[in-house]
Write a protein that binds this ligand. Structure first.
Ligand code: SF4
Length: 351
């Protein structure tokens, strides 16, 4: 696979833009203007950047692309949940989901083309891994979402295709650009990183000093069941994962959200609720319960409504804040990550 011939300007941090302007013989204030055009005015072509000298624009255009991501196909009506097939420069395609809820404009991004973790209920995992996305491509997804919304997204969820902590450096670089107060300015508490439980990534994230939301997919309270659903559990077993989560909470003072998809007769029994309570009771956290709906390629059954109610009541009764999430936009076919993301949409507006 051939990567883009030109690197993406949107992958550069604010200080790196200043260094590029300096190397090209321009003063630092030009980098401030450029940053403003990129992220406040969201200029998608060089000609719009009228306050920049034409010589700087021409040199930048020779070296960098301004369009790392474009919409190839859009599903869903305007103003509702929409899935966008995003084309990248090398021909790779990922999916992004727009989740407008009242005055909130969350977008669910992909961080990888495909995924190597193969969770049983996830279409992305079943399709295999293609490549990591670059930071500029993820920032490009946010800018594309802003084009659809007509203004910048209010929340950014790394819950689409891919495992964000498996593409750690580029995802964190994208987070810092998206979060920059002089640019897109999406608050850290409105940025969510979702993981299938990669322990080194969780431990590393704890030391970053970022206030982002962390969401960890559990889906089972014991290793055997979890490994059936999530092969990553073999390398990152529950006891070690929860130890890392407890340390994360202590170190960051941030509360982790655990995702738990309820699957009929597989992980929705009362004794499994009690097992989950024992795992989670030792540190403050939230649980999102997501009743399974039909996912292509996964034979699991949706849980009975009374089993869902009982599971939630057991957790809440034990002092664990458990919320039930419904799916939205079930008419849209999407990868598991995006299905998760749609189900979580109402939550996205809380921060
Ligand atoms: S759920 Fe997430 S980690 Fe698992 S296969 Fe799907 S995209 Fe990858």
């Amino acid at each position: 696979m051939s990567f883009a011939s030109k690197p993406c300007l949107h992958g550069l941090a604010r200080e790196e833009l200043a260094a590029v302007c300096g190397e090209l013989g321009f003063q630092e204030f030009r980098a401030n203007q450029l940053w403003h055009w990129l992220y406040v005015r969201r200029a998608a072509d060089w000609d719009r950047m009228r306050t920049l000298p034409s010589a700087l624009r021409a040199q930048l255009a020779e070296r960098y692309t301004l369009q790392p991501a474009r919409a190839v196909e859009v599903c869903g009506p305007e103003g509702c949940t929409r899935k966008v097939l995003v084309g990248l420069q090398d021909g790779a395609q990922v999916e992004m989901v727009l989740l407008p809820v009242a005055d909130r404009l969350p977008v669910c991004l992909s961080s990888q083309a495909g995924c190597r973790f193969g969770c049983a209920f996830c279409a992305s995992g079943q399709a295999g891994f293609v490549r990591n996305l670059l930071a500029g491509e993820m920032v490009g997804e946010v800018l594309l979402a802003a084009e659809f919304f007509g203004r910048r997204p209010s929340h950014v969820l790394f819950m689409g295709v891919g495992e964000p902590l498996d593409n750690y450096d580029e995802v964190l670089r994208a987070v810092r650009i998206i979060n920059h107060p002089d640019g897109l300015a999406v608050g850290a508490r409105r940025i969510t990183l979702s993981t299938c439980g990669l322990i080194p990534g969780i431990r590393r994230l704890a030391g970053e000093g970022l206030q982002v939301e962390l969401s960890v997919s559990l889906h089972a309270p014991d290793d055997a069941t979890r490994a059936r659903l999530m092969p990553a559990n073999r390398k990152h077993p529950l006891a070690e994962l929860l130890e890392a989560c407890a340390d994360y909470t202590r170190q960051t003072r941030r509360i982790i959200t655990f995702e738990y998809t309820l699957i009929g007769s597989l992980n929705d029994r009362p004794e499994q609720a009690q097992q989950l309570i024992r795992l989670l009771q030792r540190f403050p956290c939230r649980v999102n319960l997501i009743p399974l709906s039909a996912v292509s390629g996964f034979a699991g059954a949706p849980p009975a409504p009374e089993a869902v109610r009982a599971f939630q009541q057991a957790l809440n009764g034990a002092g664990i804040n458990a919320t039930l999430r419904d799916s939205r936009g079930s008419d849209l076919q999407a990868a598991c990550g995006q299905l998760r993301c749609r189900r979580l949409a109402p939550d996205a507006g809380r921060a």
